[in-house]
Design a protein around this ligand. Structure first.
Ligand SMILES: Cc1cc2nc3c(=O)[nH]c(=O)nc-3n(C[C@H](O)[C@H](O)[C@H](O)COP(=O)(O)OP(=O)(O)OC[C@H]3O[C@@H](n4cnc5c(N)ncnc54)[C@H](O)[C@@H]3O)c2cc1C
Length: 384
């Protein structure tokens, strides 16, 4: 089966969906509300499951060239600098870290030129037995299928899933930044009530994030950089230097929200994908990775089923259990790693774990989330 799809949103999920459609011989139009395409934000890591999805999309090599191996989950530290677990310099690592814009660019370069329309905010989606009509700033378009990858506050979800609850504030907040500091290996420092993450992201830059608890969303500071430095206080180097090296205007402060599980990701010829379907707490580093998986599974279903509705049902049945379990796990991880009450038990457990066992857990097939394998997409060369 082939056809024409409209993808709403040109973030990592939307571009992955467009590329996956291209791989199976569909046409697509990506409608992005921003005037320019790009990723705002700082860095991220991609785990083996996401890297396999990138391989299925045909861009593994480009992604590996843009990413940087990070030992973040191997170097676990406490605020005084002690190691609870420590990577050896020759250890392999299963995680790749990216500046967000770099991963986004890899996807963008693989999507056919001319498929993307910016300044195209989608405001309405109507479907009938034969297709879907999308109203956007700039006109109307009709297609066989709509993939809504328009993020955690998805307009399409609000229209077609009117009963779905709004994103849930999780009682956590995060400061993020990119600093010019070369040679950092990646680490996570666990403090009572919060953690500090570092990833190298290439070209002499490091990404950092400090995640902690907060009573209410929306609390902001005149000088965010000074605030995060104050909270970190005397934590070990290079944390204070990283914050210091980050330009004030480059410090991002966001509150953490996720979505309660939806009963379905599909309504007729419309499918939710990425954060629009399953926005999750960032504590497992899986949100964008799951959107890459979504894209591959959706394309495989379209390639394998005779009708759009059947393909979308297959996509829904495949993706909902996995993404919702991942979101549930991420929510629990975030609660635990920012809990003052659980701090002593958590750090003792990590310190006492034999190093080989810890390494096994963070190897490429070390946990159920990372073990995922993509379905096979018909290769562009063999497609008829
Ligand atoms: C602090 C933090 C750290 C994270 N770290 C990681 C990590 O390490 N690894 C990982 O895999 N994930 C991570 N994530 C999650 C990841 O950022 C998201 O899951 C991912 O970016 C979602 O991509 P998306 O394309 O679904 O949505 P988005 O990135 O939100 O993109 C949606 C796009 O749709 C556009 N849009 C919105 N509404 C409309 C409309 N009506 N019409 C047209 N266009 C529209 C927007 O402009 C945007 O371009 C993290 C998240 C946070 C908050």
């Amino acid at each position: 089966m082939s056809g024409h799809a409209i993808v709403v949103g040109g973030g990592i999920g939307g571009l992955a969906a467009a590329l996956a459609l291209h791989r199976i011989g569909w046409q697509a139009t990506v409608l992005e509300r921003a005037a320019e395409l790009g990723e705002i934000g700082a860095g991220m890591s991609q785990a083996p499951n996401a890297l396999r999805a990138l391989a299925a999309l045909g861009i593994e090599e480009q992604a590996r060239a843009a990413g940087v191996p990070t030992h973040a989950s191997a170097n676990m530290r406490t605020p005084d600098g002690r190691y609870l677990q420590q990577a050896r310099t020759d250890d392999p690592t299963a995680l790749l870290a990216f500046h967000r814009a770099d991963l986004h660019r890899v996807l963008l370069e693989a999507v056919p030129a001319g498929w993307i329309r910016t300044d195209a905010e989608v405001t309405a989606v109507r479907q009938d037995a034969d297709g879907v009509t999308v109203g956007f700033a700039g006109g109307e378009l009709r297609a066989n299928l709509v993939i809504a990858a328009d993020g955690i506050r998805s307009t399409v979800r609000q229209q077609l899933w009117p009963d779905a609850p709004s994103p849930r504030f999780l009682g956590r907040t995060a400061w993020l930044g990119i600093a010019e500091l070369a040679g950092l290996p990646g680490s996570i420092t666990l403090g009572p009530g919060g953690y500090f993450l570092i990833h190298p992201v290439g070209r002499g830059r490091a990404y950092w994030a400090y995640v902690t608890t907060v009573e209410a969303p929306g609390i902001r500071y005149e000088r965010e950089k000074a605030e995060v430095a104050r909270r970190i206080g005397t934590w070990h180097q290079p944390i204070p230097s990283l914050i210091e090296a980050t330009p004030e205007q480059a410090v991002i402060h966001i509150d953490i929200r996720d979505l309660d599980p939806l009963p379905t990701y599909v309504r007729g010829r419309v499918a939710l994908l990425g954060d629009a379907a399953h926005a999750m707490s960032p504590d497992r580093g899986q949100g964008a990775g799951q959107s890459l998986e979504d894209a591959v599974v959706l394309a495989a279903a379209l390639a394998g089923e005779p009708a759009v509705e059947a393909a979308l049902r297959r996509y829904d049945a495949d993706r909902r259990p996995r993404t919702q379990a991942t979101a549930k796990g991420a929510r629990a991880d975030g609660r635990r790693t920012t809990s003052s009450a659980a701090y002593r038990a958590m750090t003792t457990m990590i310190r006492l774990m034999p190093a080989p066992l810890w390494r096994k857990g963070i190897a490429a097939d070390g946990n159920a989330t990372w073990r995922w394998r993509p379905p096979r997409l018909p290769s562009p060369a063999t497609r008829c």
